[in-house]
Design a protein around this ligand. Structure first.
Ligand SMILES: C[S@@+](CC[C@H](N)C(=O)[O-])C[C@H]1O[C@@H](n2cnc3c(N)ncnc32)[C@H](O)[C@@H]1O
Length: 310
């Protein structure tokens, strides 16, 4: 069974959907809807990874009733209309069947930005903020040129641009719908980033050189059991997996990037927390210098930087 977004929607049985609809139909005020939503999400917590019933209930109630988080408190006695109750029941049913919150509400915060998401690409993760932090801490020339490969929502490119507006930032992805999504996020966040369609470096002009190339490419092993868990079940393989050992795209980027880097330019890659050693080796073998690994917010090895000195 598919949702209207085409997302597999197989967890919430018809019986569950009825319980959810009845429970929300009985609500009279916003306070009732909040409390019923929290209870329903908490009861189904075992199906959901990283489920936070209180936070998620607020997100869904805000969206269904078109209220801010402050209004949920100041207007807690406000009466509910039937169409908004129906919307809330649908959102809760999707969530209880495992659909990620971001795909249900259509957006996700990243860095200081609010980004539109789509099931064509990855939901931006807080883990990737280490790429932004590392990038903006580099001593690059004032008008540095940056490329974000596999930009998805544009999260990393847009966050870098928001911190360093004087840098010229480009981002690419290999599906036109994804490039359109990144462009929409650039417009809504009023940031000037040039997003374009490219299969890795294929559409990057041969004469173009960058001071920094960043990428959070697919890096999961194709047969990883992790792909069957939680939110990632709903994200596309094209954003997650990369061959038998998860390193096909990373190998390609490491070997091709030197053709597009200025002398002393950097390559900064996000990767799985157990891949740091092999990626350091790949960078050294390819001739990069000053190779260092950086930890994410959870203290896990998450990003590796190399410098091309030729
Ligand atoms: C792990 S996601 C990262 C998305 C985004 N940069 C982020 O951090 O949220 C990997 C991205 O690489 C893109 N991708 C996969 N294969 C690609 C290719 N051959 N050329 C360009 N982009 C590709 C996917 O579409 C996806 O958006």
């Amino acid at each position: 069974m598919l949702t209207e977004n085409g997302i597999p929607f197989n967890g919430a049985s018809a019986a569950h959907v009825n319980v959810i609809t009845e429970s929300i139909n009985e609500c009279i005020t916003i306070a009732d809807a909040l409390s019923a939503s929290r209870k329903l999400l908490a009861e189904h917590q075992e199906n959901l990874t990283f489920n936070e019933p209180i936070l998620e209930a607020s997100i869904f109630v805000e969206q269904a009733f078109d209220k801010t988080s402050l209004q949920l408190i100041t207007q807690s006695d406000a009466k509910l209309c039937d169409s908004a109750k129906k919307l809330l029941s649908t959102m809760l049913s999707k969530r209880i069947s495992g659909v990620p919150v971001a795909y249900i509400v259509g957006h996700q915060p990243f860095w200081t930005l609010n980004l539109k998401v789509s099931e064509q690409t990855l939901i931006p993760r807080a883990d990737s903020e280490i790429i932004v932090e590392t990038a903006v801490s580099l001593s690059l020339v004032k008008d540095a040129s940056i490329l974000d490969l596999g930009t998805g929502t544009g999260a990393i490119a847009l966050a870098i641009k928001s911190e360093c507006p004087q840098w010229s930032v480009m981002g690419c992805d290999f599906k036109s719908e994804i490039v359109e999504l990144a462009n929409a996020n650039a417009r809504s966040n009023q940031l000037k980033v040039d997003f374009f369609l490219s299969d890795w470096f294929s559409a990057v002009p041969a004469a173009k050189r960058f001071d920094l190339i960043v990428s959070n490419p697919p890096y999961v092993e194709a047969s990883s059991s992790w792909l069957q868990q939680g939110d990632v079940r709903f994200e596309p393989d094209s954003a997650l997996t990369s061959g038998v050992d998860g390193l096909d795209d990373i190998r390609h980027i490491i070997l091709r990037a030197p053709h597009f880097l200025n002398t002393a330019g950097y390559l900064l890659l996000e990767h799985g927390h157990e891949q740091a050693e092999v990626i350091q080796e790949l960078l050294h073998e390819a001739g990069y210098k000053e190779v260092t690994t950086h930890k994410d917010l959870s203290g896990l090895d998450r990003a590796t930087l190399g410098r091309w000195m030729l």
